[in-house]
Design a binder for this molecule. Structure first.
Ligand code: MG
Ligand code: MG
Length: 441
């Protein structure tokens, strides 16, 4: 799988080469580094997504070089074996592991990168590297560019340009293969088990973190090594705060609880949101807002079709939300005019969808110059409308203030429509009422 992706990258680099020699390019990619947290503790390491996508290698301080047509097209610079470190933190793959298990044609200790890079790049015309991805490698690359410029003056091979490989990789990552969809499906299945535990546990008197613990215990128990992003567990009016992650409050009778969470599996993450009543019964006002958001979500999902455009689910959701805001007497006027004026914005301030994959907000363009991109099979994104009725907005009828609701599912575009990968996690309000708090019974 990783080797196939490198071949696909090499073919694209060859196709983009404008010289007679289609093998005159090389690409450099850098792993994530370890980040100190405090004292002798680092933040939990997670490989940079594109680096993992191309290598399957999850160690820091690694650089790879990809050279189409070279005798050794895939070279890895890795942390060498270190018997002392092996005792403390475990064995590294080392250069042997890079050759035996990760498909490298050649492998060297990372300390040799500075000395080995210039001769390896000496004949390269098009150098692919994302400037800004790593300070140390940025310096090596800019030194190389400067040296080549000097050498070209004396008749050396010319380095024509420095290119960003980002757009090539983004386009590759945007279209999910069968194995990527399988990983996403597994991440979403585990996330569903977490939500199920959270639904059943929820009751007034608990704290947000207690429900979070039940949710994430399922994630870990079922093999997800980490979340794709910090869980949002927001009771009452904090559900109006889009990225609330404090998760320390007590949950009270009459509160809504909003959870936005995703387990990560094989570097792919789910991104699911559900909102439910803490005591198992929506108030009439909560239910009225919930029904609008659910209808908007269903309209957005229905608009997710091959041949449609990325904006279509958003437009479909905004129409329902705007109509709903009029029905709730928060807005008044002609629906088309209200949409034209973005009148919904104070109550729905984010967009309906984002790409989903290795990153929760995954790579890929949303617009081609004028229009939003066309949806094609293999694209995966969220549909997540919401309404956030601020507790402090005096223009909102009092009983509705402080209600924040978001419903989010993960959608895969298929040849004949779409597949809602998170459909099994209930959104139906009656189904939620019957399950919430059921673990006490
Ligand atoms: Mg989310
Ligand atoms: Mg999302």
């Amino acid at each position: 799988m990783f080797a196939e992706r490198r071949v696909q990258l090499i073919e694209t680099m060859r196709a983009l080469s404008d010289s007679s020699d289609a093998d005159s390019s090389a690409a450099i990619f850098v792993s994530a580094r370890e980040t100190p947290r405090n004292s002798d503790v680092d933040y939990e390491f997670r490989q940079e997504s594109t680096f993992y996508y191309l290598t399957g290698f999850d160690e820091p301080d690694t650089v790879i070089l990809i050279r189409p047509g070279a005798e050794a097209p895939f070279i890895m610079f890795v942390r060498p074996h270190d018997p002392q470190m092996a005792i403390w933190v475990g064995a590294r793959a080392g250069t042997d592991g890079a050759l035996q298990h990760y498909g490298a044609d050649e492998a060297y200790p990372i300390d040799e990168l500075e000395a080995r890079l210039p001769p390896l790049l000496a004949q390269v015309e098009h150098l692919y590297y994302t400037l800004g991805s790593d300070d140390e490698v940025d310096t090596l690359v800019s030194e190389h560019v400067a040296n080549r410029r000097q050498q070209a003056q004396r008749g050396g091979p010319r380095l024509a340009d420095l290119r960003d490989p980002g757009p090539i990789l983004e386009q590759m990552r945007l279209l999910k293969s069968e194995s990527e969809v399988a990983s996403l499906t597994r991440a979403i299945a585990i996330t569903g088990h977490g939500f199920d535990a959270a639904f059943r546990l929820t009751r007034p008197g608990l704290h947000e973190y207690e429900v979070q613990a039940a949710l994430e215990a399922e994630f870990r128990r079922l093999g997800s090594p980490r979340n794709g992003y910090p869980s949002i567990v927001a009771a009452a009016h904090d559900s109006c705060i889009l990225h609330y992650t404090t998760n320390r409050k007590q949950i009270h009778d009459g509160d809504l609880l909003l959870i936005d969470a995703g387990a990560e599996v094989d570097y792919y993450t789910a991104d699911v949101t559900r909102t439910w009543p803490a005591n198992g019964r929506f108030t009439p006002e909560q239910r009225a807002v919930y029904d609008i958001v659910l209808e908007a979500e269903r309209a957005g999902i229905a608009a997710s079709q091959p041949g449609a455009h990325f904006d279509h689910p958003h437009n479909a959701a905004v129409r329902i939300l705007t109509q709903g805001l009029v029905d709730l007497k928060i807005l008044e006027g002609d629906i088309d005019a209200l949409i034209e004026d973005d009148a919904y914005r104070p109550f729905y301030m984010h967009s309906t969808s984002h790409w989903l994959g290795m990153d929760v907000h995954d790579v890929g363009r949303y617009r081609d110059s004028e229009d939003s991109v066309e949806l094609i099979p293999g694209m995966c994104f969220t549909v997540e409308p919401g309404l956030y009725l601020s507790p402090d907005d005096e223009n909102i009828p009092q009983p509705l203030r402080g209600i924040g609701i978001r419903i989010e599912d993960d959608i895969l575009i298929t040849a004949d429509g779409h597949n809602n990968l998170s459909e099994h996690i209930p959104t139906d309000p009656d189904a939620l009422e019957s399950i919430v708090g059921s673990s006490q019974n």
